[in-house]
Design a protein around this ligand. Structure first.
Ligand code: ADE
Length: 419
């Protein structure tokens, strides 16, 4: 058996079946896998991935392996691992996996170090924890690394900050910023999976509730859209005037989070920033308010302050912790303030992860072919990759589109022609 640290290897059989189920909705990744199997574009490269260990990630790992990469995998969040998937990757795919759902912070970082012990040439991150660990505590490994990719908005922000400060030591491709990633994964993926997580954790009716979404980026837009579709009265809170205006014109009520705190039933954060829901908010919330987070890190809800304001805490059902405040009201925190869609549900559906992970696979191939030309910067996904994935996804969905005529192309390229 390859090296690993998973919860229970006997879960492998169940994991294998669920990985197969996800594969049915990942046709673009399948096409890439078949080509990779023949061409082996990643042969000779060791790749360490720090991603949510889900059925979709398992399919990506198998694609990279088919391409010839030697892959190791750890979790990108302590609560997002699907233990049966981790077991199957070890047992059936012979991939070293270090991930256990519910691991503490110490184990989480030990697992990152476990994957780094393979001395990778490439990294694949979701949140930039591998890159930051390498730059902080494993500098000796940086010399082997040709490049990496980053899956999520928060990770891209961290990496751009590193590049701006001149400390980033190898090129990164910002997968998050591809159209075929954020327009679908961040919006429709987060929209559906966040509501799914809230429903699985609470079994509460969304319809008729006052549903507060903090942050109107692509994730917040998706959550607000889906909550509205389920009959909630949706309030958006934002600090960015452009996004606040957009939310207003999309038909949502917009107000400061402290005002929303008095009237909300369910609160979801998706801002990427700290202490968005703070002690001033907890102090005025209604009895029974439900709070959760869909941003990458568990920093958006000031849980330490919530603890200090409470006289009693208990887990009332899976992923639901009841905080009894000194003002006699109760507040319910879901999934410990971690990504609710992955903590209490299964993350985004396979069909959107198909495009996100097609980007990951093709960017790993691009990096393997082009690393000598790249600088220590954060790069966009090449446009041809983005367009190719859209084309393949439409084809897989059986959707045909128009092609421009020669006249239309000429018109678009000209400046002389007007009315
Ligand atoms: N991020 C959000 N949903 C995911 C999923 N299903 N697999 C991997 N990463 C994800």
């Amino acid at each position: 058996m390859v090296k690993h640290d998973v919860k229970d290897i006997t879960l492998a059989k169940k994991g294998k079946l669920r990985i197969e189920w996800a594969a049915q909705e990942m046709p673009v990744l399948k096409i890439i896998t078949e080509r990779f199997r023949k061409e082996k574009p990643l042969k000779g490269f060791r790749l360490s991935a720090c991603l949510h260990v889900t059925t979709e990630t398992a399919n990506l790992m198998e694609t990279l392996q088919a391409g010839g990469a030697e892959v190791t995998l750890c979790a990108s969040n302590p609560l997002s691992t699907q233990d049966d998937v981790a077991a199957s990757l070890v047992k059936n795919s012979k991939i070293p996996v270090f991930a256990i759902k519910g691991e503490d912070n110490k184990t989480y970082y030990r697992h990152i170090n476990d994957v780094l012990s393979s001395k990778p040439h490439m990294t694949m991150d979701d949140g930039a924890d591998i890159v930051s660990t390498l730059h902080k505590t494993k500098k000796d490994l940086l010399k082997n690394i040709i490049g990496g990719t980053e899956e999520t908005t928060t990770g891209v922000i961290r990496l751009r900050a590193m590049a701006d400060k001149g400390v980033l030591k190898y090129p990164i491709i910002a997968v998050n910023d591809a159209y075929t990633k954020y327009l679908f994964d961040n919006r429709y993926g987060t929209g559906q999976s966040t509501i799914d997580g809230i429903m699985r954790a609470t079994n509460r009716l969304i319809s008729g509730s006052v549903f507060v979404v903090s942050g109107y980026g692509w994730c917040g837009k998706g959550i607000a859209m889906r909550a509205k579709g389920m009959g909630a009265k949706v309030i958006v809170t934002e600090a960015n005037p452009l996004r606040a205006l957009e939310a207003t014109m999309d038909g949502f009520e917009v107000m400061p989070v402290k005002d929303a705190s008095r009237i909300g039933d369910i609160f979801v954060t998706a801002t990427g920033d700290v202490s968005v829901i703070s002690k001033e908010c907890f102090a005025v919330m209604k009895d029974g308010a439900i709070l959760c987070n869909s941003g990458h890190f568990n920093v958006e809800i000031a849980t330490d302050d919530l603890k200090k304001m409470s006289k009693k805490r208990r887990i009332i059902r899976d992923f639901v912790e009841e905080y009894s405040l000194k003002n006699r009201r109760r507040i319910y925190l879901l999934g410990d303030g971690r990504l609710i869609n992955l903590a209490a549900a299964e993350g985004h559906p396979s069909s959107v992860m198909d495009m996100s992970f097609a980007n990951q696979a093709l960017c790993a191939e691009y990096m393997a072919k082009n690393f000598k030309k790249l600088e220590k910067k954060v790069y966009s996904v090449p446009d041809y990759i983005d367009k190719m994935i859209a084309f393949l996804k439409l084809k897989a969905m059986g959707i045909k589109i128009d092609s421009l005529t020669a006249d239309q192309k000429k018109y678009l390229e000209s400046w002389e022609l007007g009315t």
